[in-house]
Design a protein around this ligand. Sequence first.
Ligand code: PAF
Length: 294
Amino acid sequence: MLTIDNTSGLRHALQRHRDNGERIAFVPTMGNLHEGHLQLVRRARQLGEVVVVSIFVNPMQFGANEDLDAYPRTMTADREKLFAEGTHYLFAPGVEDIYPEGLEVQTVVRVPDLSETLCGSSRPGHFDGVATVVSKLFNMVQPHVAVFGEKDFQQLSIIRKMVADLCMPVDVVGVPTVRDEDGLALSSRNLYLNEEQRAIAPLLHRTLLESRKAIACGFDNFLQLESHARMQLLQAGFIPDYYAVRDARTLRAVVENTEEIAILAAARLGSTRLIDNVRITLNPASDWGMLATR
Ligand code: PAF
């Protein structure tokens, strides 16, 4: 595995593979790699002959009062994990490589509508930061395929929309969320949870599963479902940010021709913000009949 920290070195190294007709699969990350990220790398290995993983803690996607400085940086351990998974290139640029003229004068990529709801309402500007850095990384790596986790379902939707709208020649592939045995979705931020919070945390996923079961059984009063779930989370010690039953394509309200429902939640335990989601594909032939759950 070769570690490269600048764009020209990366372009030069990847050109050889492109000339050989090899497919480049890319996994963008912010490091502090856990099993969820390694699953993305494994999927990338299936999708391309050359796997590039980036580690860049992107300041543009953190709000003023968020955890940019505290965000765990574990480069040595990350490098070992990526090497063990058969990664070919680790791209680890510095802030000065990605934003050479500073954030204030950086061109911004904004995906309207999808970026404004759910996490976008409570983290204004967050998805502009994500879309901007991902489009820059796509231009630097020029991958054939890029792999993202479904845990951040809104992020995945925004990247798919950006790629479609800007005609980027990249296939975007989503990988199912990896969970601990008790259902908690793996996240770098789980490290911030104390013992008591860690014991409560799996309730977020359990609540989503209960909502999904109710919908699968034909319950279609989503407002009631959402407020019941929020109450349950509050009683357990969470501060819910949102709990929403949405059309999985638009992330807006479920409508008559919705084909897939996403139930998405974000909630704080102390100062740690957890997100999760589950989905249901609807069978158009039978009202709210469930085809598949994810
Ligand atoms: O999901 C992440 O880790 C980040 O948002 C991403 C996609 C690497 C962009 O910084």
